[in-house]
Design a protein. Structure first.
Length: 95
């Protein structure tokens, strides 16, 4: 039995604030859509000593979340769309 997509998650590149704001305005009244900015970081070279432990922890988390299709969408369109099939109510007030 196929699961139905109950919600949509738009992930917008951090360097596209105008797109992020536009999508937030477009979907502001739709509680089945959430728009977030991509918080992943590629550059860890400048991390200070106190940040290194956090960077290692974040890298482990990022490795679990790697998705070539998501990365392709972010690179080519500036945003990616993920269908959420998990049971439960729609996103509530997370915008």
């Amino acid at each position: 039995m196929a699961q139905l997509i109950r919600r949509l998650l738009f992930i917008v590149r951090a360097d596209r604030p105008e797109l992020y704001e536009s999508l937030r305005r477009t979907f502001r009244d739709d509680d089945t859509v959430e728009v977030v900015q991509d918080r992943r970081h590629d550059d860890r070279r400048g991390a200070r000593r106190g940040e290194r432990a956090n960077a290692a922890r974040e890298q482990r988390t990022t490795e679990r979340r790697k998705s070539p299709e998501l990365d392709r969408q972010l690179r080519t369109r500036g945003y990616a769309v993920v269908g959420v099939t998990a049971p439960g109510p729609p996103f509530q007030g997370l915008r």
